[in-house]
Design a protein around this ligand. Structure first.
Ligand SMILES: Nc1ncnc2c1ncn2[C@@H]1O[C@H](COP(=O)(O)OP(=O)(O)O)[C@@H](O)[C@H]1O
Ligand SMILES: [Mg+2]
Length: 257
């Protein structure tokens, strides 16, 4: 896979604070699951769902899982260096691969490193974790915010060890008001305190299609920016980096187109 030369050039030339993650991750994040077709008959319905959504990190011996082991190592190093516990994963637009990267990264971290992880779906308008991970959730974040549920009622333990998911709950339209609400600030603080030993990954809305993530950024310690090969433009990256000016950017992931 060729990397978008514009992104590479732009990154190298102008973005000193963006780590070299973009280069290798770009090459590696090519999640071709077509060859898995052969063994489809042996897959459980749950594994089949994961496959369809390009969730590959649990297949520890696959090349695709290697992609995320690599990314995971980079991200964890950056987190350790800057004492970061809560990471937001965002991108310029819908469809860039935020939820895919967030989920694979979470599974990858939980799997090998004895690190407990909480993956939170903050894309309240277009939540994905429910379907990507077949959660069958009864309630989630929006229910918590409406006072209908407590935090432990919302958490779903995955069949992978050490991974819990906080689903979005009923989808809502006025997402930016919600993400900027005092209840949301309270929740972010509570998640950090209550689950002190956990890494928290927030699967965010896009930066340029909505203003949501901005209001939530003060509650995270670091941001991973996902870009999509052949789709994301240099101008969009530039705008995102402007928006993220005061945030700690851990790196930029170049997702395959
Ligand atoms: N590297 C990849 N290779 C193939 N398909 C991908 C890849 N990354 C994401 N996808 C697919 O692209 C679509 C959008 O990805 P998603 O993670 O939901 O984007 P976002 O959360 O940014 O809106 C999904 O159908 C997902 O399975
Ligand atoms: Mg998403």
């Amino acid at each position: 896979m060729q990397m978008n030369p514009l992104i590479q050039t732009y990154t190298e030339k102008y973005i000193a604070k963006v780590t070299p993650l973009v280069q290798k991750a770009g090459k590696l994040l090519n999640l071709d699951t077509t060859k898995l077709e052969e063994s489809k008959t042996q897959l459980s319905p749950f594994e089949d769902t994961l496959d369809r959504h390009h969730i590959v990190s649990h297949k520890t011996r696959s090349k695709e899982a290697d992609v995320f082991r690599f990314l995971r190592t980079q991200v964890l190093q950056a987190m350790a260096k800057h004492n970061i516990k809560a990471v937001a994963i965002t991108s310029p637009r819908y469809g860039d691969g935020k939820s895919t990267v967030a989920t694979n990264l979470a599974i990858s971290i939980a799997q090998d490193l004895k690190q407990t992880i909480l993956l939170v779906d903050l894309d309240l308008r277009k939540p994905s974790l429910e379907s990507y991970l077949e959660l069958n959730a009864k309630q989630g974040l929006t229910n918590y915010l409406a006072g209908q549920a407590e935090v432990p009622d919302c958490l779903i333990r995955m069949p992978f060890e050490r991974l819990s998911v906080f689903p979005a709950g009923d989808r809502i339209d006025e997402s930016s008001e919600t993400l900027g609400s005092p209840q949301m600030a309270k929740l972010a603080a509570e998640l950090k305190q209550r689950y002190d030993d956990r890494v928290i990954i927030y699967d965010m809305p896009p930066l340029l299609d909505q203003d949501d993530p901005l209001v939530f950024l003060p509650h995270v310690d670091g941001v991973l920016l996902v870009t999509r090969e052949g789709v994301t433009t240099v101008e969009e990256i530039k705008r995102c980096l402007d928006i993220l000016e005061s945030a700690k950017i851990l790196g930029v992931v170049l997702n395959a187109g």
